[in-house]
Design a binder for this molecule. Structure first.
Ligand code: ATP
Length: 247
């Protein structure tokens, strides 16, 4: 079920605040403009009207579905596959929630959970993709930023995909991956995620509220936790309140 609105503060907040009735479908909310788009930990997600695609999907956890850790990686994998299908080469994933091309951020993901009666009822998967960047962009970003029109490889004269086409490509990849995740969790998707790991075997820094860990990125485990090879062996890092940066 897809609802497309002209404006919204945040598509994630709209679905979390007023979740649609459970009718067995995935509910998607797309906004032409977000006035208060969010990243993790309250950071802003910027978008520029028709130069961005911003939407969220509300997915109900079926009975027996795995714990939600890993969902952000599943969404990243779906986004990567959709972009590859549209003609973007070299799509990479930055644990836990960003999509990079040539080391620059093309898209971001924000997964938020809707708890209820002792278990997670639903997840809201928010996705923002830069289609074009305004000339005067001034983003205080930790890593460089890019957009679809800069990285898409297409035959000359071929028009770039419309927002609807990009949306359809992402939803077309997300839906089957959510079915796999519901049935078997993250393990069957782990190797596809690792093939696109932007920092595989590279030095990284994991910074939390109180401390920073450094080591080599050794991939992700079956739950989607980051594996960090340090002088004290391999440590498992949960997404929670930590950020990964090049080391
Ligand atoms: P982390 O690694 O902890 O997720 P992050 O910097 O990637 O850190 P997010 O919460 O994923 O943080 O995304 C929010 C950040 O993304 C903002 O603080 C800003 O630096 C950057 N950002 C905001 N809008 C855009 C955009 N349209 N394109 C690329 N980057 C953006």
């Amino acid at each position: 079920e897809i609802r497309w609105v002209a404006e919204c503060a945040s598509t994630n907040s709209a679905l979390l605040d007023a979740p649609p009735a459970d009718d067995g479908r995935v509910h998607v909310l797309v906004a032409d403009r977000q006035s208060a788009g969010r990243g993790r930990r309250g950071r802003p997600w910027l978008s520029w009207d028709d130069a961005s695609l911003t939407f969220s999907a509300l997915w109900r956890f079926p009975p027996g579905a795995p714990a939600p850790a890993g969902l952000s990686l599943v969404a990243g994998l779906a986004l990567a596959r959709a972009l590859e299908r549209l003609g973007v080469p070299g799509v990479q994933l930055k644990w836990p929630n960003d999509v990079l091309v040539h080391g620059a951020k093309l898209a971001g993901i924000l997964v938020e959970l809707l708890p209820g009666r002792g278990r997670t009822l639903a997840a809201v998967i928010g996705i923002g993709i830069n289609l074009r960047l305004p000339a005067d962009i001034d983003l205080p970003a930790a890593i460089p930023v890019t957009a679809l029109d800069r990285v898409l490889e297409q035959p000359p004269g071929h028009p770039p995909p419309t927002r609807s086409a990009v949306l359809a490509a992402v939803l077309g990849e997300l839906h089957p991956l959510l079915d796999i995740f519901a049935a078997a969790g993250f393990p069957p998707l782990r190797s596809a995620w690792q093939q696109r790991n932007a920092f595989a075997d590279l030095p990284v820094c994991i910074s939390g509220e109180n401390d920073t860990l450094t080591g080599l990125c050794a991939g992700v485990d079956v739950d989607g936790a980051l594996l960090l090879r340090t002088g004290h062996g391999v440590q498992r890092v949960l997404a929670g309140d930590v950020s990964l940066r090049p080391g």
